[in-house]
Write a protein that binds this ligand. Structure first.
Ligand SMILES: Nc1nc2c(ncn2[C@@H]2O[C@H](COP(=O)(O)OP(=O)(O)OP(=O)(O)O)[C@@H](O)[C@H]2O)c(=O)[nH]1
Ligand SMILES: [Mg+2]
Length: 204
């Protein structure tokens, strides 16, 4: 089975003082919810974060059933693409599913489908009706994506789509995604209000 990479190296500025990665989402830290949702379809978990976040995140995943490793940003605050690069560089698997720590509704059926679609290519990236590529909810072949990120970062290009254009990537459109899982999978939690709304949805 492939790897899962959870991105958690952001500063959660829209969220407030606390790190949203470990915020208590109806009894479970948000990042742990993401880890639990993908646990059945990835066999190894890589967590990308800063050194100062490590202890709290480690506590959140200490009893996680699958192997877990940390990919710590050597140069923090370089944006999500740098986080993807650092996370993927720690993977030895053929493919990895990259997901943000603030996507607690991630749907493993969709993740599985993205793995299928990536087969024979270097990436499978969802695109929703709004036209945006869901690069932080996508499958990559680690080596080519790491190289493509290095190239983009070397050219001071920070947009997460930049490295994609260097790859043989498959676009998975919304209509197709809908057949295989729930589009809730792409919802991300940025503010306290969004977090509270998510808490209500997880409460029984
Ligand atoms: N390694 C790394 N990851 C990042 C960085 N910025 C954002 N991310 C991650 O990328 C994902 C999407 O980012 P955002 O939703 O903007 O999260 P954020 O930056 O923590 O929150 P805001 O400060 O409110 O923008 C999250 O999983 C973040 O943890 C960064 O500079 N480095
Ligand atoms: Mg941000």
């Amino acid at each position: 089975m492939p790897a899962g990479v959870i991105l958690a190296g952001g500063r959660s500025t829209r969220f407030g003082e606390q790190d949203k990665a470990v915020a208590d989402l109806a009894g479970v830290p948000m990042l742990r919810r993401v880890a639990d949702r993908i646990g059945g379809v990835v066999d190894e978990l890589v967590i990308n974060c800063r050194e100062d976040q490590r202890d709290a995140i480690e506590e959140a995943v200490c009893d996680y059933p699958n192997p877990t490793k940390f990919a710590i940003d050597s140069d923090p605050d370089q944006g999500p693409m740098a986080g993807i690069r650092t996370g993927l560089a720690a993977c030895d698997d053929e493919y990895a599913f990259v997901v943000a720590c603030d996507m607690p509704f991630v749907d493993s059926e969709l993740v599985n489908y993205l793995f299928e679609r990536a087969e024979g290519h270097e990436a499978a990236v969802p695109r929703l009706g709004d036209g945006w590529f869901q690069t932080t909810h996508a499958v990559y072949e680690p080596n080519p994506m790491v190289e493509a990120c290095d190239t983009a970062l070397g050219e001071e290009k920070r947009k997460i789509v930049e490295p994609l254009f260097e790859l043989d990537y498959v676009v998975v459109e919304e209509e197709e995604l809908q057949k295989y899982g729930s589009l809730e999978s792409f919802e991300n939690v940025n503010t306290k209000a969004e977090f509270e709304a998510a808490v209500q949805r997880f409460r029984p």
